[in-house]
Design a protein around this ligand. Structure first.
Ligand code: F6R
Length: 358
């Protein structure tokens, strides 16, 4: 039931702080994450983690891979399930597979899992749906506890997937005695994030105004960023495409000058996501390059990196976890752009919630 909400998507965006708190409740015992020891043992035995997903789940995997590498020291790569199924890369000797799937029913991802099981490789499904196909067929399951996600455009499942990946990465890192994992105060960070998400969802009026002013007319828009901000750019652009039909793309901001900048014309919206100390200055100068060619630039910036003219300022959190906050304004911008155009936000054309064909 969507209650007083006009669309499920807005309700689900607003539920994200509660989902973060629920995950703390479900996965922590005191300050420590509690994860099945057999799962940690199997992951510890692996020499490479392969994350498999489609669409938004693939995007959540891009964030997770960085966490696994930084907190556990295990090389981790992320793969689009429909690609991996038919163009399998050369695998390491002891692979471990993580399937990310909100529905647990995505046929493209299942195609890979069938193959993984034929080879008796260990696997984990991270899903919102208990006893779903991918959950039943994988060796292990971790649940997202996000509650039913009804809107076709995924929001709370994306942030829940990232949070569960962080919890698992911390648990595995501690199992492997990696100091970066021990020092990572994830429980406290997730509390800060829940409050930060709340602050962002409380500023809906500003985000609606930005969407109406900058995004409702143009046919194209670009999100840019570097590193983890680039990964969020891909998800931010997907949200805008699928529900508002703006042709949006996410780019690595350093790549713009290698081709894409030719697309910039007067009034093209270019939104920079800036949350990382090392690359903030570079993304800012890439934004300026587009501005001098006529772009309407906007920014989603972490508070400690913010300047006076920044459009959307988000609270500070650990640099590995910034996607949990930077994606929220992008979700709301997509929502209000779609709403302003009078579209059916929850049921965009040509799309189904669960994609059970290849
Ligand atoms: C986008 C979206 C899709 C799904 C994709 C995978 O908002 O919802 O891109 O993320 O179809 O679905 P799951 O996660 O159910 O495997």
């Amino acid at each position: 039931d969507k209650g007083a909400y006009p669309f499920y998507m807005l309700k689900e965006i607003d539920e994200q702080p509660a989902v973060m708190r629920k995950l703390v409740q479900k996965y922590f015992d005191g300050d420590q994450p509690e994860i099945d020891n057999n799962l940690l043992k199997d992951m510890n035995d692996a020499d490479h983690i392969y994350i498999i997903g489609a669409g938004t789940s693939y995007h959540a995997g891009l964030i997770g891979a960085r966490m696994f590498e930084k907190l556990t020291g295990t090389p981790t790569t992320v793969h689009i399930s429909s690609e991996f199924a038919y163009e399998q890369p050369l695998l390491s000797k002891k692979p471990f597979f993580i399937f990310l799937s909100q529905s647990g029913e995505t046929a493209d991802s299942r195609e890979v899992l069938v193959h993984v099981n034929e080879n008796k490789w260990p696997s984990l499904t991270i899903t919102n749906v208990d006893k779903s196909t991918l959950s039943r067929e994988a060796t292990y399951t971790l649940l997202l506890y996000a509650g039913p996600e009804i809107a076709v455009a995924s929001t709370k499942a994306y942030t829940a997937q990232i949070a569960v990946e962080a919890i698992l990465a911390k648990a595995l890192g501690e199992y492997k005695n990696i100091s970066a994992a021990a020092e990572f105060d994830l429980k406290q960070q997730l509390g800060t994030i829940a409050n930060g998400m709340q602050a962002i969802t409380d500023s809906k009026d500003t985000l609606e105004a930005v969407a109406t002013h900058y995004l409702s007319k143009p046919r194209n828009a670009f999100y840019i960023g570097r590193g983890i901000d680039w990964s969020v750019s891909l998800e931010a652009a997907l949200k805008l495409k699928e529900i508002s039909y703006v042709q949006a793309e996410g780019f690595a901001s350093g790549e713009l000058k290698h081709g894409t900048i030719a697309l910039i014309e007067k009034g093209t919206p270019v939104i920079g996501i800036i949350t990382q100390d090392r690359t903030a200055g570079l993304t800012r100068s890439n934004l300026e390059e587009t501005e001098s060619r006529g772009a309407n630039t906007l920014t989603i910036v972490s508070r400690h990196l913010a300047k006076e003219d920044d459009t959307i300022v988000i609270p500070d959190v650990d640099e590995l976890l910034t996607p949990l906050l930077s994606v929220v304004p992008a979700q709301l911008l997509a929502y209000y752009t779609s709403l302003g155009k009078g579209l059916d936000v929850d049921k965009p054309r040509n799309l189904a919630k669960s994609v059970t064909v290849q």
